[in-house]
Design a protein around this ligand. Structure first.
Ligand code: ATP
Length: 378
């Protein structure tokens, strides 16, 4: 299982006018399961094809461990790939389809049989092993394709491009956990492309978020949710995404209009430092506050610090309520327990907990909120 290193790798389909993948340096570490997550058109497939060798990048070098594979075609990279739609020999049995990648690489017959049966068991394909592939429905064919991608134990990496698109939603959950199980068993380096955050967050050790041809943040699912480094991650991860509000830093204090909501702490400044130190390093001026609906505290009576808001409505979601409010003209969503009473038109007061509220400039996180002079913001 190789470390896959991209050094200054970028790709343009139009001779350098625009970049589908902006030049980047990045390492996929051996034996980890990565999800490559981002909206349609952000460059995920291009990045995957650069790793597999289907695309030679316009700039930069690709290394598998210390081997420079930039000019090496896919066949020479020892990669397994699974695409969005089934790629199978339709006239072959499921067994032979699964065995094909192993026989092709001259695995001993005993190992072929052992691996095929192991993968078939994990993917619940045992009863279909003798059937011709074309007799299976599209979802089941895709599971066989998945099996073909996972059957070899010795591969540099397994690359999966939206592999569960054609699979029945109810089966997706099962397959994701199977995939995790197979990954634990084989220790493959997995890169799994998806635009579905649930898929990414439930499957991967590490989620790599891509927007507009660039990696904006990578981390464990909880880290992306709790500590977004970029506004895009705030929006894209979470349901609904992070609230963003324009604010101003004045003499180290974060204000929304006339309301003081906390001190501005530069990133990397943590509890334990004095407020004066915390306020250092973030210049005065406009800033955007980011806070997830899960962490906004909504209360009736005014408490300080915080900001006044007007309730505009409530969505009853069953397990929880989503309260819609306006701070001035800016919408702020608050996730509350089910059944809370917030009448449309009523005045509310919003509190932003210091440790869960972040500050952004030019979309990139520059700091977070710190408590105001010992007064709690939660
Ligand atoms: N063969 C190509 N020729 C020209 N432009 C391309 C080609 N393939 C992709 N692009 C463009 O490059 C950008 C990145 O596309 P890419 O397919 O890598 O994104 P993606 O994140 O995988 O999207 P999707 O989820 O829709 O597949 C897009 O703007 C796309 O239109």
């Amino acid at each position: 299982m190789a470390d896959i290193r991209l050094e200054g790798v970028g790709h343009s389909y139009d001779g350098g006018r625009t970049w589908a993948v902006k030049p980047m340096t990045w390492t996929w570490r051996g034996s980890r399961a990565y999800a490559l997550l981002g909206p349609s058109g952000c460059g995920k497939t291009t990045l995957l094809n650069i790793i597999s060798g289907l695309i030679i990048p316009t700039v930069g070098r690709v290394f598998f461990d210390d081997r420079d594979v930039t000019g090496v075609p896919t066949a020479g990279r020892n990669i397994a790939q699974v695409f969005q739609f089934p790629v199978l020999y339709e006239e072959m049995s499921v067994y032979d389809n699964l065995a094909f990648p192993l026989r092709n690489r001259k695995y001993p017959a005993k190992e072929v049989d052992q691996r095929v049966r192991q993968v078939a068991r994990l993917l619940s394909l045992e009863e279909h092993l003798g059937r011709r592939s074309r007799r299976l429905d599209a979802g089941r064919q895709q599971i066989v394709s998945l099996g073909r991608g996972l059957v070899r134990s010795q591969v540099a990496a397994v690359l999966l491009d939206e592999p569960l698109t054609v699979v029945d939603p109810a089966l997706k959950w099962t397959l994701r956990s199977k995939l995790k199980e197979i990954h634990r068993d084989t220790g493959h380096t997995l890169v799994y492309v998806t635009h579905d955050q649930t898929e990414a967050l439930t499957f991967a050790d590490e989620v790599v978020v891509v927007n507009d041809g660039a990696i904006v943040q990578a981390g464990e699912p909880a880290e992306l949710f709790l500590s977004p480094a970029h506004e895009f991650v705030g929006h894209f991860i979470g349901s609904p995404g992070m609230n963003m509000l324009p604010a101003e830093i004045v003499a180290g204090v974060v204000r929304i209009g006339p309301s003081e909501v906390g001190l501005a702490a530069a990133d990397g400044v943590h509890a334990g430092r004095s407020d004066v130190e915390a306020a250092d390093g973030l210049p005065a001026g406009p800033v955007r506050i980011g806070v997830r609906p899960e962490f906004v505290v909504i209360g009736g009576p005014r408490r300080s610090p915080g900001v006044a808001a007007t309730v505009t409505g409530t969505d009853r979601m069953g397990a929880y309520d989503l309260v819609h409010t306006l701070v001035g003209e800016h919408p702020v969503l608050v996730k509350t327990e089910a059944g809370a009473l917030h009448e449309p038109g009523s005045a509310a007061f919003l509190h932003f907990p210091a440790e869960r509220t972040f500050l952004f400039r030019d979309q990139v996180r520059c700091g977070s909120l710190a408590p105001l002079d010992g007064r709690s913001t939660a």
